[in-house]
Design a protein around this ligand. Structure first.
Ligand SMILES: [Zn+2]
Length: 90
């Protein structure tokens, strides 16, 4: 295995993991503003989600949650509504 390039979506996802942990720890009022996990590293869009919605999207490590219309390189959209999209890397 070579050195893997750090992808924007993975950086956003790690940040979201910390946001989720903090929100649980501090029992913040929901919904919580999570970051869009698309491949555009300049994207600072937020998505308001409950911890439950977030945990559901996070249940598969290949999946990324974005604002509808934002793309994750190398992933296909497997679910979407008018606000959010769930993309999966294959
Ligand atoms: Zn985005």
């Amino acid at each position: 295995m070579g050195v893997r390039r750090v992808q924007a979506e993975d950086v956003f996802r790690e940040a979201n993991e910390r946001i989720g942990e903090k929100a649980r720890e501090l029992e913040l009022q929901q919904p919580i503003p999570f970051l869009c996990e698309c491949s555009n590293k300049l994207c600072f869009a937020h998505m308001l989600l409950t911890l439950e919605q977030y945990a559901e999207a996070r249940s598969d490590p290949q999946r990324y949650l974005t604002i509808a219309g934002h793309e994750v390189e190398g992933a296909i959209v497997i679910a979407k509504d008018d606000r959010f999209a769930l993309a999966e890397k294959i």
